[in-house]
Design a protein around this ligand. Structure first.
Ligand code: NAP
Ligand code: COA
Length: 265
């Protein structure tokens, strides 16, 4: 049961990159459950088709499209496809990302470029295409999916940390430059989210359970895709109409847990 009204996004259209799997799928589902028509886009046709079918079977109007967010022409085609199908585009969620844990000295030049290309340039490409095709003339809302890496050095994540901090900077500039056009831009930075590819990759590199005997976060549990999706839904809704240029961590306080110790009862 959602604590938001089911029609909070009625009449709106949302595009979620990487919406075929993990957190992106849950964002698409959550926006759809609250009235939006949703488009999902990523590289693998079979993954997108299966996800679109799953959302349609839940009564959500869903359009599945393919693109590599690193390729501007493909991204422009996706935005055009959404406008052709539904005639508008109100919410853009830049969720597509790549990650593989590796020490900075061991990441190949191309591996670093691949992650920055997807996470940072992909966010720029999709935002820019949506801006020119629709948002500049009609307004709307951008939500960039980041990571809460702003005050720490994050071992094995040099490429992701650099890319996501670029995403946060881009978010603030989008809010300032595009605010006068009626566009709000914010970022949501998930902490460790259960049952996701991102979490699986990091846990595997750490040899399993990241925090040993301690609870996984100060809140006492891992996050869920729905925790992240609820933050995106709020930011996309009119309840956040004066909220722009901000980065919100949805991380169970893990990003501010300085000592990371198990507390006595
Ligand atoms: P995921 O399921 O692997 O999602 C990544 C999605 O991006 C996939 O659907 C993938 O689909 C798509 N993608 C990758 N490269 C692409 C490209 N070049 N062009 C278009 N789409 C591409 O991972 P997730 O764990 O749910 O992560 C979702 C978001 O949350 C990411 O932005 C991630 O950085 C962020 N995040 C996750 C966690 C966590 O605990 N999981 C923590 C912090 C931040 P295709 O392979 O079909 O392209
Ligand atoms: N360790 C070290 N390097 C790796 C790697 C790994 N596990 N996986 C990929 N790379 C390197 C490749 O070797 C290649 O570099 P090279 O040409 O110098 O050999 C480079 O990264 C690009 O890899 P490629 O396989 O061509 O695919 P891509 O450009 O589509 O890569 C990735 C994207 C690497 C990020 C891939 O992991 C991916 O597609 N991820 C999507 C899913 C995901 O990461 N989910 C978690 C999101 S938080």
């Amino acid at each position: 049961m959602s604590c938001f009204r089911p029609d909070v996004l009625a009449g709106r259209v949302a595009l979620v990159t990487g919406g075929g799997t993990g957190i992106g799928f849950e964002i698409a589902r959550c926006l759809g459950e609250h009235g939006a028509k949703v488009a999902i886009a990523s590289r693998r046709r079979e993954v997108i088709d299966a996800a679109a079918r799953a959302l349609e079977s839940e009564g959500i109007a869903c359009l599945g499209l393919t693109c590599d967010v690193r390729e501007p022409a493909q991204v422009e085609a996706v935005v055009a496809g959404v406008l052709e199908r539904w005639g508008r585009l109100d919410v853009v969620v830049n969720n597509a990302a790549g990650n593989f844990p590796a020490p900075m000295s061991g990441i190949s030049y191309n591996g670093f470029k691949a992650v920055v290309g997807i996470d940072l340039l992909g966010t720029y490409n999709v935002s820019k295409a949506a801006y020119h095709a629709w948002l500049a003339a009609h307004g709307g809302c951008i939500v960039n999916i980041s990571a809460p890496f702003d005050h720490q050095g994050v071992a094995l994540q040099a490429h992701v940390a650099a890319a996501k901090m670029g995403v946060d900077a881009l978010t603030r500039t989008q809010a300032v430059e595009w605010g006068p056009k009626g566009i709000r831009a914010n970022a949501v930075a998930p902490g460790p989210i259960a049952d996701t590819e991102g979490m699986a990759r990091v846990s595997a590199a750490l040899g399993g359970e990241a925090r040993g005997a301690r609870p996984p976060t100060p809140v006492g549990r891992l996050g869920t895709g729905r925790d992240v999706a609820n933050a995106v839904l709020w930011l996309a809704s009119d309840a956040a109409s004066f909220v722009s240029g901000q980065v919100f961590s949805v991380c169970g306080a893990s990003s501010v847990d300085g000592l990371k110790i198990a507390l006595p009862d």
